[in-house]
Design a protein around this ligand. Structure first.
Ligand SMILES: NC(=O)c1ccc[n+]([C@@H]2O[C@H](COP(=O)([O-])OP(=O)(O)OC[C@H]3O[C@@H](n4cnc5c(N)ncnc54)[C@H](OP(=O)(O)O)[C@@H]3O)[C@@H](O)[C@H]2O)c1
Length: 254
């Protein structure tokens, strides 16, 4: 079978949170599929290490240290990417944080602000900036890495789940507004993925035993599986799909 519909040859992809975990795998999979990249996260060293890993693919990698909460950083990320490549075909919003857990009634305002500003406002503002670029191009593809927590509540993760539910609506809203410009916007909503972000969960045997009682596939996801789904969403295989939230939860029924 000709699988050239997965090719990203000639495309430019901007991936946030790409220094490790899911974002790093997305960057690697996209480069393997032929894309040139702009990758962002707060720390340059992590980005440069990923760029080094991608080198054998022969694709270009621009590393731009960026704090998702800082508007000037997001503007700089878009302008550096445009100066370097002159276009942005794909945006993956992926950088997120969850620095604290607890019940909603016990949540400090500062914690709420930090999570919402980084996760939801960060995705919103970068999508707005890149959306303008894509409107001019009359083509583009945005993938928001959301969470299953944006679809159903998760214990102790109130502000995080709320930020991800907001991202799901951002996805649908922008899909509606940008569809006429030939721009698609979709989201991936994983449950537990084996990265540093959720290590406290997947290394807790008792918790996982409980989790797998209601998870038919009896395992957590790998970052590679999420990255391959991202490639599927930006490929022509999904040309007629927009505003979709692709839940990847091993079939979990809670
Ligand atoms: N792992 C899971 O179980 C899971 C499940 C569902 C959804 N997700 C979602 O998947 C996405 C990626 O998570 P992950 O598991 O790959 O996490 P991770 O391994 O901790 O990686 C997070 C990435 O985001 C960057 N980052 C964190 N805070 C940032 C900020 N304020 N500004 C800019 N960059 C920032 C980090 O780099 P720096 O430290 O250099 O900034 C890193 O590159 C997130 O949106 C997360 O909500 C994860």
């Amino acid at each position: 079978m000709d699988c050239s519909f997965l090719s990203m040859e000639g495309k430019v992809a901007l991936v946030t949170g790409a220094s490790r975990g899911i974002g790093k795998e997305i960057a690697k999979v996209f480069a393997d599929a032929g894309a040139d990249l702009a990758i962002a996260s707060r720390k340059l060293e992590g980005l440069e290490a990923v760029a080094e890993e991608i080198k054998p693919s022969g694709k270009k990698v621009l590393c731009v240290p960026t704090h998702a909460k800082k508007m000037e950083d997001l503007e700089n990320l878009v302008s550096k990417t445009m100066d370097t490549y002159g276009r942005i075909d794909v945006l993956v919003n992926n950088a997120a944080t969850n620095p604290g857990m607890g019940l909603v009634v016990d949540t400090e305002e500062s914690l709420y602000d930090q999570i919402i500003d980084t996760n939801l406002k960060g995705y919103f503002m970068l999508s707005k900036m890149v959306g303008k670029v894509m409107q001019k191009q009359k083509t583009g593809n945005i993938v928001n890495v959301s969470s299953a927590g944006g679809v159903s509540p998760a214990e102790g993760l109130g502000p995080y789940c709320i930020s991800k539910a907001g991202i799901n609506m951002l996805t649908k809203q922008m899909a509606m507004e940008l569809g006429p410009f030939n721009i698609r916007v979709n989201a991936i909503a994983p449950r537990v993925v084996k990265t540093g972000f959720s290590k406290a969960l997947w290394t807790n045997d008792k918790l996982m035993e409980q989790e797998f009682k209601f998870t038919p596939l009896k395992c957590v996801a790998t970052p590679q599986e999420i990255a391959q789904a991202a490639l599927f969403l930006v490929s022509s295989a999904t040309n007629y799909m927009t505003g979709h939230v692709l839940v990847m939860n091993g079939g979990a029924f809670f």
